[in-house]
Design a protein. Structure first.
Length: 372
């Protein structure tokens, strides 16, 4: 059995530091997978989760990144340092709010970063295995790693092609952003013009409204005076109408009492007739039930009679068939007896003829013997 020699303390600490760095890189890549090239491309739910302060910081970092990539008055070394610092600040902000760790973003993942994350994760596993394996195991895993690297090199060509597509797409997006900024500036100017016109129109509208209100107030005052005069006239007519209506109401109440008395008489008569009709109906129902019972009994008797009739018809049919069968047997017996008698008479005749022929032969043979 092979034994692995334990690593010294400094090597163990160094290996842990390397693995911790790789873990930090993996965490940063997980957060960056859900981060698009523009802040406006983030899903609304992700923007709500990040909050206004972090959105503003991300917007500033994105603007700085675009300026640095365009190289606006900055040398290559300064560009590289500023770009690195911008990305680091973005990663720290996303870690601060546990973006993509405790929260599931709705923004689609970047496939290139996903593949790069898988490569770093594989590298981290290989480093961990290297720190905890023997030389022989390292050689075996080196062979596996070499095969993996060859496959990853094949995949890197796809990554480069995707990066080229990404850069071209990014330039197109930048041009679209510039066009949209120009359109937004034009719309802002138009909005300001519209607001100014709206203020002037509002002032004119207020002036016209005040004038119309004054005219309407004068008109309504005149109408109020006329309506008050009409109200006084209507009040006088109302008193007369009330007296007339009281007299009509008294007569109508008297007429109503008469009709109620008449209806009471009709209802009493109706109740009496309904009682009599109900009794007649109950009697008819009883007679109907009795007739129904009698009808059921008659139907049962009719059913028994039909069964007996069918039975007698069947017996007559069987008797007729039996007689016909007996007559057929008698006819067959008579025919058979005639045939037997005829056969017997023929047999008797042939037997008698044979006897006569035998006697003739005997006589002839005797005569021949005598002659000899």
């Amino acid at each position: 059995t092979e034994t692995t020699e334990p690593m010294n303390q400094q090597t163990v600490l160094e290996s842990k530091r390397v693995l911790a760095i790789l873990d930090d890189i993996l965490d940063d890549l997980v957060a960056l997978q859900y981060l698009p090239a523009y802040l406006s491309s983030l899903a609304p739910a992700d923007l709500t989760f990040l909050g206004g302060e972090i959105q503003a910081t991300l917007g500033e970092n994105f603007d700085l990144e675009r300026k640095l990539e365009m190289g606006q008055g900055v040398s290559n070394e300064e560009l590289t340092f500023a770009h690195k610092h911008s990305i680091r600040e973005i990663c720290d902000l996303l870690r601060l709010v546990s973006y993509s760790k405790d929260y599931g973003p709705e923004t689609p993942q970047n496939e290139s970063l996903v593949r790069f994350h898988n490569i770093i994760q594989t590298l981290r596993g290989l480093m961990n295995d290297k720190f905890n394996t023997t030389v022989e195991e390292d050689l075996l895993k080196f062979e596996i790693l070499r095969d993996t690297v060859s496959r990853e090199q094949t995949a890197s060509a796809d990554v480069k092609a995707l990066n080229r597509e990404f850069q071209s797409e990014r330039k197109l997006r930048q041009q679209e952003v510039q066009k949209r900024d120009t359109a937004i500036a034009q719309l802002t100017d138009e909005l300001q013009t519209i607001q100014d016109n709206a203020i002037e129109e509002s002032k004119d509208f207020d002036r016209i409204t005040r004038e119309q209100q004054q005219i309407a107030a004068q008109t309504y005052a005149k109408q109020e005076e006329e309506l008050q005069a009409q109200v006084k006239q209507l009040e006088g007519g109302l008193g007369k109408a009330e007296d007339t209506n009281k007299k009509e109401e008294a007569s109508l109440r008297q007429e109503r009492r008469k009709r109620e008395q008449f209806l009471d008489g009709l209802l009493t008569q109706y109740d009496t007739e309904m009682t009599e009709k109900t009794e007649d109906l109950e009697t008819l129902i009883k007679d109907y039930k009795a007739d129904q019972n009698r009808l059921e009994e008659l139907e049962k008797e009719l059913k028994v009679f039909d069964e007996e009739t069918a039975k007698r018809a069947e017996e007559q049919r069987v008797e007729t068939e039996r007689k016909c069968h007996h007559m057929d047997i008698l006819v067959r017996m008579e025919t058979s007896s005639k045939l037997v008698q005829a056969f017997w008479r023929g047999y008797a005749v042939r037997l008698m003829m044979k006897k006569k022929a035998g006697k003739k032969k005997k006589r002839s043979s005797k005569k021949k013997g005598k002659k000899k």
